[in-house]
Design a protein around this ligand. Structure first.
Ligand code: PLP
Length: 444
């Protein structure tokens, strides 16, 4: 092609042209094979080219692909909402479908504000979040995000939503260790609410495990119990953003289950359509819906393609595939296998500072000095080099932020399809080892 008409992430960069995918592998138009160790953007949870999903897609397309939710409901939408309600916490029985994770978190923000309005409290309009967090690219979602790079251009347009420190134990902002730290980072929520006045705060939003801006930062055991207790004490809703962690990525349907904490609202995306269709959802607890159901009876949100039968049928087929092949119960074991292999590699490559995460959502943070944990200066573009070298070795890994100053620091995430086999994990590790070796030869 003489020129491109498609706006790509880096406009003048050369991207390989994809031809097809099968399982955990992708093939470009030159025949090069890539092991998809990032499931795209932690999305292709059941791998590529699954026949059952293609069949479900075709069957639904033969019947009807689109109806407008203000005119019709559909069997796939009704079934999917019921199914999702049965998969998570007993209270989370309401489901609002959207098309992307950003829309799901934006909807969660609006529902939390509307919830208080329906109860006659008009002042609770702010949503608190964490420094180092990513909840989406739309302006409401960005306002709740601590991702400096993605916020930078739009700061004047963003809402002034305060943030607290993340539970970043590898670089503890207080220079302490859990549990002796007394969970200062969680208790900061209490301080900030007192300072601002809980009458102004609708909700607190958090990714159970921080993804894009932290590379699988995983809080210690009691963190979410403390967060939930603070939220309840101050009458603030707790929104768990499970767009990346949901649908079994960390070994349970929702990551929150692992901390034994039930959120008031949950957002889902990515793995929900597993890359076969754009679909996401905001799950809402009975007690949050109650004043809306007995009040205005309508959620002030909605997108043209929301709850379209085509996307819902595909998502249902993805869930059926996960269940039929008992995929989620295997994730924890697979994750432990992969983590153990990565820890082995760490012994040979001292620039691997930290390996973290749960299930098949693993983060690897790179450092200049292992003992001091000194981050590489951002100007060295270590993450970008690592991604590019990995690609040369036929391996796709996901770039993620790290480093507590929001400027320096490098990390990648390894989060292959949940269907990956042990043999394929060995292949992944071999390709990653070659990547690390080449990085050493050229950059250090
Ligand atoms: N929330 C989290 C935790 C995410 O990781 C992302 C995307 O990476 C989003 C929200 C936004 O989702 P989307 O890119 O589908 O809009």
């Amino acid at each position: 092609m003489d020129r491109t008409y498609l706006i790509k992430p880096v406009i003048d960069a050369e991207y390989p042209m994809i031809d097809y995918g099968k399982g955990v592998y992708l093939y470009d138009s030159e025949g090069k094979e890539y092991l998809d160790a990032s499931s795209g953007a932690i999305t292709a949870n059941i791998g590529h080219g699954v026949q059952e999903i293609i069949d479900a897609m075709t069957e639904q397309a033969k019947r009807v692909s689109f109806v407008y939710r203000s005119q019709f409901t559909s069997e796939p939408a009704e079934k999917l909402a019921k199914k999702i309600a049965s998969l998570s916490f007993p209270e989370l029985n309401w489901c609002f479908f959207v098309n992307s994770g950003s829309e799901a978190t934006e909807t969660a923000m609006k529902i939390s504000i509307q919830y208080w309005q329906e109860k006659g409290v008009m002042t609770k309009t702010k949503v608190l979040s964490r420094w180092m967090s990513y909840h989406g690219i739309t302006l409401g979602a960005l306002s709740m995000s601590g991702h400096t790079g993605r916020r930078a251009r739009f700061i004047p347009l963003l809402e002034d939503f305060p943030v607290i420190q993340p539970p970043y134990c590898y670089r503890c902002p207080y220079n302490k260790e859990a549990p002796e730290c007394g969970y200062l980072c969680a208790n900061e929520l209490d301080n900030i609410i007192r300072r601002m006045g809980s009458e102004h705060i609708a909700a607190f939003i958090a990714e159970p495990i921080i993804g894009a801006s932290g590379a699988a930062i995983t809080p210690p055991k009691d963190y979410y119990k403390i967060i939930k207790e603070i939220c309840e004490r101050h009458q603030i809703l707790f929104i768990a953003d499970e767009v990346m962690t949901g649908f079994g990525r960390t070994g349970t349907m929702l990551a929150c289950e692992q901390w034994g904490v039930e959120p008031d609202i949950v957002t889902l995306g990515k793995g929900m359509g597993a890359g076969y269709t754009p679909i996401a959802a905001t799950l809402v607890g009975d007690h949050v819906m109650e004043p809306i159901v007995s009040g205005s009876k309508t959620i002030m949100g909605g997108h043209t393609l929301s709850a379209n039968p085509q996307a819902c049928a595909v998502s249902l087929a993805v869930i059926e595939y996960l269940e039929k092949n008992k995929i989620i119960p295997e994730v924890k074991k697979k994750g432990e296998y992969l983590k153990a292999k990565l820890l082995q590699l760490q012994k040979s490559f001292s620039f691997i500072g930290d390996i973290r995460g749960r299930g098949l959502m693993l983060g690897i943070e790179f450092v200049q000095n292992f003992v001091e944990k000194t981050p590489f200066p951002r100007t060295m573009k270590v993450t970008e080099s690592m991604i590019s070298i990995a690609q040369q070795h036929g391996l796709l890994v996901y770039p993620a932020g790290a480093g507590s100053d929001g400027v320096n620091g490098d990390a990648v995430m390894i989060a292959p399809p949940l269907t990956i086999t042990y043999k394929e994990m060995d292949d992944l590790i071999q390709r990653f080892k070659e990547t690390l070796q080449q990085f050493t030869n050229f950059y250090l």
